[in-house]
Design a protein around this ligand. Structure first.
Ligand code: ZN
Length: 422
């Protein structure tokens, strides 16, 4: 007999994402591991039972004082895993939207003191308390939309102590919000103003000074780099990522977003954990990523918010046999806190099917972060992170743009709507 402190019964369609290989590749990406008429048993923050109502009647019992909830036919899916966020920053850039609409380039906005460097200034000036308050508000709204795990990048301090400070805030944010947060060191988000024209010297400093502390103090499990013209070259990116890998860190790369500089090919050569963005890639790049086992992380809302005509190559990557994940890329440039909205863009922008988009935002996203044994699927022993939607099928989450979950649970505890904050 299995005892549970929480039983969720009457589930219309349960998408477990639990059967089959991880990551899901090709036709397997659309297999949601559906169970109809399902019941879940949760105890100690983990799933202890996943099955049909019939099986539950035979083997599952509610602990005394436990809670039983009838989902009345709702859809249940794993908590979303957002594998790519820049959520930790101060300020906002809403005043740049009109300039963007009127055709100002990223460089022109930066010249007027806007863009990424204005966020760097605001973040450097912000106190820990200000950063924690602003970021936890964003994280709570992400949780209310169904995200239970999120990657968090540094990258808006761009100096040794400031980047370490940002990474040091991540465990505090995890404790205060209850989300599972996975920190990534992105000191190579841009060349800091103090190093203008001296990117190599900045890379030297990251390698000799900052990366060893990040690895030693386990401030992040991964290192990322922004490999684009005017940011970091392929050679500089390779130098940094090789140093990170030598220290035991996972490696990731912002690759081929603005132009096809060669980031995806570098990712394949180094067998990084992920290559992200990929807007300017070609079929040979998709094949190289597939062969190398690099997860392609698509960030379709960024293409939308950047007013680019380029379409994220989701369909092409899946058909090439690459592992595909999707993330929000939440940043002051493309501010989206809702993974259901990201799923819609993954479908209508990147041309994944609704089922593929859901798998890309759960099991494959967890794989990109190296935590698929813990998050991204609904199976006995996994963390009890899940959402319920008042819909007829899991595929409707992406179909209805901006779908909102009815309930969200993290480790078996319901996210309360009062947590959402301003
Ligand atoms: Zn990014």
């Amino acid at each position: 007999m299995i005892r549970a402190g929480l039983i969720v019964e009457g589930i219309g369609e349960l998408a477990t994402l639990a059967r089959g290989p991880v990551p899901r590749i090709g036709p397997a990406l659309g297999d949601l591991g559906l169970v109809h008429g399902a019941t879940l048993g949760i105890d100690g923050g983990r799933f202890v039972f996943v099955g049909t109502a019939r099986e539950a009647r035979r083997t599952l019992r509610l602990r005394s004082g436990g809670t039983r909830w009838d989902a009345e036919g709702a859809v249940v899916v794993p908590g979303f895993v957002d594998p790519h966020t820049h959520v930790l920053f101060a300020g906002d850039r809403h005043r740049e939207v009109e300039a963007k609409i009127r055709g100002a380039s990223y460089a022109e906005i930066a010249k007027k003191g806007g863009g990424l460097y204005s966020t760097v200034r605001a973040t450097r000036e912000a106190s820990d308390a200000d950063l924690l308050r602003a970021t936890s508000g964003r994280l709570r709204r992400m949780a209310a939309a169904g995200t239970t795990t999120a990657e968090v990048k540094s990258g808006y301090a761009l100096d040794h102590s400031g980047e370490l400070r940002l990474l040091g805030l991540v465990p505090r944010l995890a404790r205060s919000t209850g989300l599972r947060l996975v920190p990534t060191y992105l000191g190579a988000h841009a060349v800091p103003p103090e190093f203008a024209g001296r990117a190599d010297a900045y890379v030297d400093g990251m390698i000799s000074r900052t990366l060893p502390v990040v690895a030693r103090d386990r401030l992040a499990g991964a290192c990322d780099v922004f490999c684009e013209p005017g940011f970091f070259s392929v050679a500089q990116s390779e130098r940094l990522l090789r140093a990170a890998a030598a220290l035991g860190l996972r490696t990731r790369i912002h690759a081929d977003e603005f132009v096809r500089l060669g980031g995806a090919r570098l990712a394949a050569r180094l067998r990084t954990a992920s290559a992200d963005h990929l807007l300017a890639t070609r079929p040979s790049d998709h094949a190289a990523l597939a062969r190398a086992g690099v997860t392609a992380v698509l960030l379709p809302v960024t293409a939308f918010a950047s007013l680019t005509t380029a379409r994220p190559p989701g369909r092409e990557l899946v058909d090439a046999g690459a592992a595909v994940a999707v993330g929000s890329d939440l940043s002051p440039n493309s501010w989206v806190e809702s993974m259901p909205t990201v799923l819609s863009h993954a479908v209508y922008g990147a041309r994944l099917t609704p089922s593929e988009a859901l798998a890309a935002a759960t099991v494959n996203a967890a794989h990109a972060l190296g935590i698929s044994d813990e998050a991204g699927s609904i199976a006995v022993g996994r963390s009890a992170d899940f959402s319920t939607f008042r819909l007829g099928a899991a595929d409707e989450i992406a179909y209805r743009v901006g779908a909102v979950p009815e309930r969200v649970y993290r480790q078996g505890i319901r996210v309360s709507s009062s947590e959402v904050g301003p």
